[in-house]
Design a protein around this ligand. Structure first.
Ligand code: SME
Length: 168
């Protein structure tokens, strides 16, 4: 939210659009990560700043492709309540993103066959594949919301722009 002084006695609050919040958060992330090459530090910073930027982000973080087990994700840096530690590519929304390489937007997790409920409060979800510079899948980025239907194409675009630059 942005406080605007319009010259009247009472300032009004202009709501920023999601696209504006993603753009502002992207600038913050870029500034904080300038010169930082450690991948864990980079992922932790992205999780933290995105989680803080949106009120409806309930669980925000990475599941990394396990280099020691083919087709399995292991939890990485995140913000929120306790997440499942491991997710096979064959299961859940995260598994679907890893398997297909495509963004998954789930308006109602109860209607998604095979959804993994790490926390019963989660109602909708977006999962974005994260690639290394060599083009290989490195991780997926998962955001859960306590509201049904929180995510749309603006979230997919905003997140992809940020996540394209996280693994260097
Ligand atoms: N719901 C996810 C599992 C991860 S947690 O929500 C943190 C899924 O179905 O893949």
């Amino acid at each position: 939210m942005l406080a605007v002084d319009d010259g009247s006695d009472l300032p009004y609050i202009a709501a920023m659009t999601k696209t504006e919040i993603y753009a502002q958060t992207a600038r913050e992330i870029e500034a904080v990560l300038e010169g930082e090459t450690n991948v864990v530090a980079r992922m932790a910073t992205v999780s933290c700043l995105l989680h803080q930027a949106f009120d409806d982000y309930f669980w925000t973080g990475f599941y990394v492709v396990d280099p020691e087990k083919s087709e399995e994700l292991v939890v990485g840096p995140y913000q929120g309540t306790l997440g499942c530690l491991r997710i096979p590519f064959s299961r859940g929304v995260c598994g679907a993103a890893a398997r297909t390489g495509e963004v998954q937007i789930v308006q109602d997790v109860h209607a998604f066959p095979g959804h993994i409920a790490c926390d019963a409060r989660s109602q909708s979800e977006i999962v974005v594949p994260v690639y290394a510079p060599d083009g290989k899948l490195f991780a997926v980025f998962d955001v859960d919301s306590t509201e049904v239907g929180s995510f749309d194409a603006a979230d997919a675009e905003g997140l992809k722009t940020i996540l394209d630059k996280v693994i260097i």
